[in-house]
Design a binder for this molecule. Structure first.
Ligand SMILES: Nc1ncnc2c1ncn2[C@@H]1O[C@H](COP(=O)(O)OP(=O)(O)OP(=O)(O)O)[C@@H](O)[C@H]1O
Length: 619
């Protein structure tokens, strides 16, 4: 009696398992796993015909293989996998070394409906985002959709969306997915926690499933040639994107691999040798793999930069240029490029435009508007009082916590040393804490994150290495023990709470050392309908915008505007934005964002490098 979507998931899995030979019948599988790229996976299954040629990006190929693309889209899901389900030494995604079988990333092997019901996304209040203003600009912007059903993402991907309990698309997904499916380059700015990961993953996975690229597999044994590359600034974020993408790609036939620094490269090489469609990577490790000729980018059809403004700031830009412009990646126009972040200073937008062709700019909401969901507090605390003040907050939180359990609290500090010393002090005072920063080994970093997520160590003291992208459920409170020097960093830090429609709390300790932050902080709080303390407003009134990077310029400070519309950035009157074909049907009239923050183009020339003391963590 299949009455729910969970039943249909289970039913589909059962039939798929049968067709793939995953059950007791897999003794028929070949003795070595044979990776077949998605564009070849519409061939008849091995039981019906000779196995498809072992082509392209696995290590075993030596011949140039013409790849025709083919109409795999209409094929039943179970055909997608026919070429690479096998036994023997353990196939892709199978670290157990047993039968070759794609590990179920949902952990719902027995398909019980209750397991899906218990998943994290129940109770999400996306209505909180409903009335968000949206601005799009560029030529012929594809219209947004209201439901996933309106988008032809493919049956297998749709099934995974349901398993993720994504009932409807978030605003950034509503707009970005049709744009990307339409083959357009995209620069997208949307609040923290608003679902940007899926917004770039879905079109990539769906596009690879369609697989009509007509590319040739290169003659490079042991060189992996992914079709899509997703770059992110930190190891933890790359791992997280990989985990998400594996869920979305489950049983689609699209293989996702992650490569990041600090972890043994050999294991990553082995994964790559087994074949890869989507490579999620940090820039440093990817450059290493490219220099060893273990990865080639010549088949790249999709490039996504998550936290794109960070990826193009001074710390990363040379590496990104090397990867994107100086290796063998196809140029803009041939590949499709998607840039996503919650913040997008105009100066960085200008840099980013080098990587894009005739792109669409999308801004969902204004200045970190997810912060409406985050109650922001700023307290004046002298340096010497910060620890006791933090203690007071934690005691109060403990008193309010459910069942005496400590809610998860993320405490941001300026330096790695500061993180260690605060952690020690907290532990000595009865508050179980751990740290994440660039001086810790990758193993320690991952262990710290696990321990925090599980609630075993409910306080995580972090540098900016944890500021961006991390999606940790149940972070109730973000404390800016040391305020950052850049308001963008503040936006990303507080965005670790109040995610996916849930509310959160952020407390910042402010003193005279943070005077330069008074104005941007007070502006940000006002925009997010937060109460600005009178003393902070006085600080802000005194502060001048003398050219620092915290100035807000012309409404574009948080990417609320496409820099191509700003004459200050418009080289020779039209290079960037020929004709100004504004499509602004969903938001306020052009220029409506954040007016009143000073002169246009005001992000200033200040450095954009990673926060001091954390540079070593950004790889
Ligand atoms: N359509 C949806 N329905 C329900 N939950 C969703 C949907 N899309 C995304 N989510 C969930 O919302 C949370 C936040 O998503 P995600 O991490 O992609 O945010 P983000 O915009 O990338 O944030 P950040 O700017 O901090 O990187 C995740 O837990 C994700 O599973």
């Amino acid at each position: 009696m299949p009455t729910s979507w969970a039943d249909s998931v289970a039913a589909a899995e059962n039939s798929a398992a049968g067709s793939y030979g995953l059950g007791s019948s897999n003794s028929l599988a070949p003795s070595r796993p044979t990776y077949v790229p998605p564009h070849l996976r519409n061939r008849p299954s091995s039981s019906e015909a000779a196995p498809p040629p072992a082509a392209t990006n696995s290590g075993s190929t030596s011949a140039i293989t013409a790849v025709s693309g083919g109409n795999r889209w209409a094929a039943p899901r179970n055909d997608f996998r026919s070429g690479y389900v096998s036994g023997g030494r353990g196939g892709w995604n199978n670290r157990s070394g047993g039968r070759d079988r794609e590990v179920n990333p949902f952990g719902d092997e027995n398909g019980s409906e209750q397991q899906f019901v218990d998943q994290e996304n129940s109770g999400i209040n996306f209505d909180a985002y409903e009335d968000i203003p949206v601005e799009t600009s560029g030529d012929n912007v594809p219209p947004p959709v209201n439901t996933f059903a309106e988008i032809d993402l493919g049956e297998a991907l749709n099934l995974n969306i349901r398993r993720c309990k994504y009932v409807k698309p978030t605003p950034v997904q509503r707009h970005a997915i049709p744009i990307s499916l339409g083959g357009r380059d995209l620069m997208a700015c949307a609040q923290t926690g608003s679902g940007k990961t899926a917004a770039f993953c879905f079109p990539i996975i769906s596009g690879i499933m369609r697989g009509q690229f007509g590319q040739r597999a290169p003659r490079m044994p042991r060189t992996a040639c992914p079709l899509a590359l997703i770059l992110s600034p930190t190891r933890e974020l790359s791992c997280q994107i990989h985990e998400e993408a594996r869920k979305f790609a489950y049983q689609t036939g699209v293989k996702v691999v992650v490569a990041y620094g600090g972890a043994p490269i050999n294991q990553q090489l082995r994964e790559l040798e087994r074949g890869v469609d989507i490579l999620v990577a940090t820039p440093g490790r990817l450059v290493d793999l490219l220099e060893r000729a273990r990865v080639s980018l010549q088949l790249i059809r999709y490039l996504a930069l998550d936290e794109a403004d960070r990826m193009l700031d001074m710390g990363f830009e040379p590496q990104i240029r090397k990867i994107v412009q100086q290796m063998d990646m196809p140029p803009p126009g041939v590949r499709q490029t998607m840039l996503f972040s919650a913040t997008f200073p105009k100066e960085i937008q200008r840099l980013a435009s080098d990587f894009l062709a005739n792109y669409i700019f999308l801004a969902v909401g204004r200045v970190g508007s997810s912060t409406d969901l985050i109650a922001q507090r700023v307290e004046y605390v002298q340096e010497s009082d910060k620890r006791s003040h933090l203690m007071d907050l934690l005691h109060a939180q403990r008193a309010n916590g459910s069942h005496g359990k400590q809610a998860l609290t993320l405490v941001f500090v300026e330096t790695k040393k500061g993180a260690d010393s605060l952690e020690y002090w907290l532990c000595m005072n009865g508050f179980p804490a751990t740290t994440i920063h660039g001086d810790r080994s990758q193993q320690e970093r991952e262990q710290a994150l696990r321990s925090f997520k599980s609630g075993n160590t409910p306080i995580l003291v972090a540098t900016d290495v944890a500021a961006r992208g991390l999606d940790i459920p149940h972070v109730a409170h973000v404390v800016n023990f040391d305020l950052p020097n850049d308001i963008d960093d503040y936006v990303h830090r507080i965005g670790r709470t109040g995610r996916a429609g849930k509310s959160g709390l952020a407390t910042a300790f402010f003193n005279d050392n943070n005077a330069s932050m008074a104005r941007p902080l007070s502006d940000l709080m006002q925009e997010a309908n937060q109460e600005v303390p009178a003393w902070l407003a006085r600080y802000a009134a005194r502060a001048s915008y003398g050219g620092g990077k915290n100035r807000r310029g012309g409404g574009g400070r948080f990417g609320g505007r496409d820099f191509r519309r700003d004459s200050n950035f418009n080289r020779g009157g039209g290079d960037y934005y020929g004709g100004g074909n504004m499509n602004n049907a969903y938001g306020p009239p052009g220029g409506g964002y954040g007016g009143g923050y000073g002169a246009p183009g005001g992000y200033g020339g200040g450095g954009y490098g990673p926060g001091s003391g954390v540079a070593s963590a950004w790889d």
